[in-house]
Write a protein that binds this ligand. Sequence first.
Ligand SMILES: Cc1cc2nc3c(=O)[nH]c(=O)nc-3n(C[C@H](O)[C@H](O)[C@H](O)COP(=O)(O)OP(=O)(O)OC[C@H]3O[C@@H](n4cnc5c(N)ncnc54)[C@H](O)[C@@H]3O)c2cc1C
Length: 382
Amino acid sequence: MPNHMWMREDHNAFAATVKRFFDEEITPNKDAWTEAGVIPKSLWKKAGTLGILGATFPEAHGGLGLSRHFDAVTFLEQTKAGDSGWGVSVHNIAAHYITAFGTEEQKARWLPDLASGDKIAAIAMTEPGTGSDLQAVKTTALRDGNEYLINGAKTFITNGATADLIVLVAKTDPTAKGRGVSLIVVETEGLEGFAVGRRLKKMGMKRNDTAELSFTDVRVPLTNLIGTEEGQGFVQLMQQLPWERLILGYMALGASQCALEHTLTYVKERKAFGQRVMDFQNTRFKLAECATKIELLAAFCDQCLAELDAGQLTAEKAAMAKWWGTQTQCEIVDECLQLHGGYGYMSEYPISELYTDARVQKIYGGTNEIMKEVIARSLDLD
Ligand SMILES: Cc1cc2nc3c(=O)[nH]c(=O)nc-3n(C[C@H](O)[C@H](O)[C@H](O)COP(=O)(O)OP(=O)(O)OC[C@H]3O[C@@H](n4cnc5c(N)ncnc54)[C@H](O)[C@@H]3O)c2cc1C
């Protein structure tokens, strides 16, 4: 399994803490929470206590002030443990709009509760009528005295039904395209005009709370605009997207490792034609291919992480990590499920959940087709 050269003693210690958290707190509860379609708020508090939520937030605002590598550790450990249902990555992504672009007052106001797990965050971009084309969002946030008046609808929102704080993508100038977009924090508790619609039923990621949201004459203070200038939302999104896409690359990596490990165990136990499934040359070659792809994905993600650290990660390289990583994950889980035979299709075998959870990775965070557009635009095609 991959050797991440950047992992030092402190990363390994943090990884051990996070692994224990997943083994003790999530793995034994997976079935019950899958049935419930949601993960309880108490889990967030436990994660907060261990520093998992605020690892990379500033120390002055409840975090540990660590580098992004520590978040990469969390997402790797989560997926290596076979979970993608807990919306911790989305919580982290939403919070990083505040750490990156928020004023000191906003950081002090919101980050401590997000680090402790007292509050859960979501980011709401997608609307019923628009997903890939973010500039076309219809939700509006129009100035009215000291407040924004918000109207619109969002869909497919991870942590949507449980979120206390939503980073909302809305048009503060509906006449402009990208330049009219702003990011506004909506605190949901007791908020008039805000409603959670359907909790969406999905083919995979069943523990994950994915919901529709509606905003009807919702009022929030002007001071909830992230940053100080309206119309910066699109630029802010573009700046954060490389990291968000790299997160999906790391999650693809962890899930692929998990699939390979389960499959190695299975093929050693299962017999056909008087021998272990492991002993067929086809099985050994398929596993060798999966292991190779995992190493390549790890090397590429680590290269992107080093470039991110140096402020050099381009949108196109992050897009490569996202599309190739998630495509590779889907290929790996498919091969691994095939090696389980019919048992792989049964819910009681972890590979079945890994298979259904994987599919959405090619869709959210920007579809893989959009990733290829981003890459193609960076090439000299004229
Ligand atoms: C489980 C889940 C969780 C999600 N969580 C969140 C969340 O927390 N917050 C949030 O805001 N959103 C979330 N999403 C939404 C997700 O980001 C969108 O589904 C995604 O961006 C695609 O948008 P769409 O579904 O509207 O598809 P569309 O944009 O309608 O695309 C449909 C098809 O057309 C293709 N297409 C579109 N434009 C182009 C183009 N220019 N060139 C080539 N092909 C194109 C797409 O690749 C796709 O194949 C989530 C989605 C799911 C399924």
